[in-house]
Design a protein around this ligand. Structure first.
Ligand code: G1P
Length: 275
């Protein structure tokens, strides 16, 4: 399976720092945030990765590009622990890069993966500014794909006062953590937000999209046909809603924590949890 990691955004909430340092390169311990995102994709069986960059994000490919001279130096000076840490990166397999020409939002960024995904039946989408604590939702999403051949999104419980910040899912329970979705809405007002229903039809708490998706390549045509939505940008969520209507869409409830490092408080919290 291939993985697509958008890492193009300006990093507005991290300005002025993000003028020079991509937010995805901020540290969690001795590794940058994007290291954990790539490692999560690789652990879930992704063998080829496309990172979608924006202007000024060159530190990301620099980080993943092998440096034989550095490795030789570490070997010759007996710094074997450091050598192993650097070599860990070469086990990530093939990483490709492309540039989003203009910052037109997530939907436009994802469109840049069309050729990379090619004729594959499904691909993983991992938002590059979000790390997962408490495991990854990708393994159960891959299992759900194996069983149902349907695209899916990871879902995290979300308090009512925060639904307007996220994509929100409505649907019906199929298994303890698996839902057949019937509505996907980007950043709804709480009074308009859909809900998941349990097997008996009783409403559960609100559930938001947790930055991990398994999508089928129809999404690219649907993105082409999608008009700008929330914030005047083409939203992946709106194309996903149309994919749901055509083909069906699953929600995989995940008990871990999604940590958005795109703002200082989120990064501090993630640094604390990953320490
Ligand atoms: C994006 C998605 C949204 C999702 C969120 C967190 O929003 O559009 O549906 O819930 O990531 O995964 P953003 O944070 O880019 O505004």
């Amino acid at each position: 399976m291939k993985a697509v990691i958008p890492a193009a955004g300006f990093g507005t909430r991290f300005l002025p720092l993000a003028k020079a340092i991509p937010k995805e390169m901020l540290p969690l311990g001795d590794r940058p945030v994007i290291h954990y995102v790539v490692a999560e994709a690789v652990a879930a069986g992704c063998d080829e990765i496309l990172i979608i960059l924006g202007r000024g994000k060159e530190a990301i490919p620099a980080y993943f590009t092998p440096n034989p001279e550095l490795e030789r130096h570490l070997e010759q000076t007996g710094k074997l622990r450091e050598l192993a840490a650097v070599q860990e990166l070469s086990r990530f397999g093939r990483i490709h890069y492309t540039y989003q020409a203009a910052m037109r939002g997530l939907g436009d960024a994802v469109k840049h993966a069309r050729e990379f995904v090619g004729a594959d039946p499904v691909f993983a989408l991992l938002l590059g500014d979000t790390v997962m604590h408490g495991g990854s939702p990708l393994p159960p999403m891959v299992a759900a794909w194996g069983q149902h051949r349907l695209p899916s999104v990871a879902l995290e419980e979300c308090p009512a006062e925060k639904v307007a910040r996220y994509g929100v899912a409505g649907g019906r329970q199929l298994a303890p953590d698996l839902f057949a979705l019937d509505r996907l809405v980007e950043k709804p007002r709480p009074e308009e937000a859909p809900r998941l229903l349990d097997e008996g039809g009783a409403p559960l708490a609100f559930h938001a999209f947790a930055a991990r998706y398994l999508l089928t390549p129809e999404i690219f045509t649907l993105l082409d046909q999608t008009q700008p939505g929330y914030g005047g940008e083409v939203q992946v969520t709106d194309a996903m809603e149309r994919l749901r209507a055509q083909r069906g869409f699953l929600g995989v409830r995940w008990p871990g924590r999604r940590l958005d490092i795109g703002h200082p408080k989120g990064l501090l919290e993630a640094a604390h949890l990953f320490a």
